[in-house]
Design a protein around this ligand. Sequence first.
Ligand code: ADP
Ligand code: NI
Length: 218
Amino acid sequence: MKSIVETIQEKIRPQFEGDSSGHDWHHILRVLNMSRHLQQTEGGDLEIIELAALLHDISDYKLNGGRLDEGGKVAFKLLLDNDYNEAKAEHIMYIVDNVSYKGANTPNEMNTVEGKIVQDADRIDAIGAIGIGRTFAYGGNKNQAMYIPELEAKLHDSFEEYANEKTSTINHFHEKLLLLSDRLNTKTAKEIGKQRHQFMENFLNQFYAEWNFQPENK
Ligand code: ADP
Ligand code: NI
């Protein structure tokens, strides 16, 4: 008999294949893989972690037309439809509803070790070389400019502002990506995050140097 993790993995896969907004199936697999790695040192219920990792983007507000709190309910229903334990499904609903970044000045802390691990794994996938790639992919998918020098980056005070205000892909680094390494929950994730954060700093320095290239005055 198939495990619940295998069953859910097979059921949701078609929904993520072919996505070009940075939330494709390989993102789900990387988050699953990183969550398993973090669990080895940080502990927590492996099955809940695996299911929450698989379901964390199941109905993201950026992909479902803007509805903010649907993901958890969709995950909960899918788990119960597959005869999963209701209390555990509620825990997974809580993780899915609270995993996302909601702006610089909007804290969103997880209060279970399983939640902290899945949030860390998702955030690690938003930084470093993969994070850079995903952010430019997302920007292109949303017809967002790569960089608008006169548009200042903002530290948003509410989720609504963060989700709705015009930005550029380079500003997104200052509004989210560069803030993530300090917001990782677990020690294991913080160690991995450090190197990926430095890689983004190096990328941005090179980007600005190329953008501001000046011909020599002879
Ligand atoms: P999380 O998984 O923390 O919720 P998101 O779903 O917000 O992450 O974002 C998924 C990917 O899309 C990430 O790599 C993220 O940085 C990128 N992204 C989200 N919003 C923007 C934006 N306005 N511009 C560029 N990239 C973005
Ligand atoms: Ni994600």
